[in-house]
Design a protein. Structure first.
Length: 352
């Protein structure tokens, strides 16, 4: 379950794919979440016309509880942009942060928010998912050290303790950073602190953390009187990956590509609204906050300020994905034994 305590390091990203085989098998016996408008019975022409005018239902599973990064979705929903495209979009929150990719792969939801490296790793496990849009275009996960620690670069962690949040990907990131900085990764004492990134660093139990996000953990630490220095992994050998991507299953794309294109049209309009009216967009978001994880407006306001430039695709439309980004991440994952070398990055994404 998603932790109630937002001071805990709840940006967990454990991806366990073993249960997916069962889910995928079960999905073969279901019609899927996004195909409720289909009918096998013959109906009169007038009735068919009415049915075709009804909005098409699409479900999207968030990666976590609703927060600033999801503002574009709630703007599109509340301002009627999805409805303009003939869509009825159901935004769902996962009971567990591992669920989103599993459920979209199994056809239980139409779309899911996930992470570029995990999409490739899922395909390495023969899970047929594909990214259809890049939402956050740069890493939010930075190495964080206490501001007064004297640590200025990754190699300074030699002989010190670094906490990470249970994910081999984050171990690989830190080792790459230390090695790229001219240090010895083996000289860093890595310890798995699970969901307790914030208390681990605020109490001095560790000398640094990897797995914390600059738009969440860093802001909370600063608010609680524990300022940190964040070190961008892309400055030290880690490829500039897409932190958040929108994912569909291959089967879902075959069945509902037109509807997913319409979804992206509305989502782009939603993002334009967020850019033009960020405070109004946050009000729409907060109106839909989850009762178990209430939003702190000051944190989400600062978070959105951090996020907006990282979501900007420049001359390309919101959501555009660069083939070279996927190729670089694939190569890095393979080099760190997190992905079979034969996985083709071109198969992992599509620009609609």
């Amino acid at each position: 379950m998603i932790p109630n305590n937002r001071s805990a390091s709840t940006w967990k990203r454990k991806i366990r794919f073993a249960p997916l085989l069962l889910l995928l098998c079960l999905s073969l016996s279901t019609s899927g979440c996004g195909n409720s408008n289909s009918s096998t019975s013959s109906a009169p022409t007038a009735s068919s016309d009415v049915k075709s005018a009804q909005p098409h239902k699409l479900t999207i599973m968030l990666d976590w509880y609703p927060n600033a990064v999801h503002s574009f979705l709630y703007a599109a929903q509340q301002n009627g942009y999805f409805a303009e495209q003939g869509l009825d979009v159901d935004i769902q929150m996962p009971a567990d942060s591992n669920d989103a990719l599993k459920l979209v792969a199994a056809g239980k939801v139409d779309l899911a928010l996930s992470y570029q490296p995990q999409v490739l790793m899922a395909r390495g496990e023969q899970i047929p998912v594909k990214s259809v849009a890049a939402i956050v275009r740069h890493p939010l996960n930075h190495l964080m050290v206490p501001a007064n620690s004297g640590i200025t670069s990754p190699k300074d962690l030699a002989g010190k303790i670094a906490g990470y949040s249970s994910i081999p990907l984050y171990e690989a990131m830190l080792r790459t950073m230390v090695k790229s900085d001219g240090g010895d990764p083996a000289a860093v004492n890595l310890t798995d602190v699970g969901f307790d990134l914030i208390p681990a660093i605020s109490t001095g139990r560790v000398d640094g953390i990897i797995g914390g996000f600059i738009n969440h953990e860093q802001l909370i630490l600063e608010k609680e009187g524990h300022p940190v220095t964040s070190i961008n992994p892309t400055d030290y050998g880690v490829p500039d990956y897409y932190e958040l991507v929108l994912v569909a299953s291959e089967q879902g794309l075959q069945k509902s590509e037109d509807d997913i294109k319409k979804f992206m049209t509305a989502a782009r309009k939603g993002q334009e609204f967020v850019i033009e009216q960020p405070q109004k967009a946050l009000e729409l978001l907060i109106a839909h906050e989850d009762a178990t994880a209430p939003l702190e407006k000051d944190i989400e306001t600062k978070s959105l300020e951090i996020l907006l430039p990282l979501m900007d695709a420049g001359d390309q439309p919101f959501g555009y994905q660069a083939p070279e980004s996927w190729a670089r991440v694939q190569q890095w994952l393979s080099a760190n034994d997190l992905l079979p070398a034969e996985i083709n990055s071109q198969d992992a994404f599509v620009n609609l």
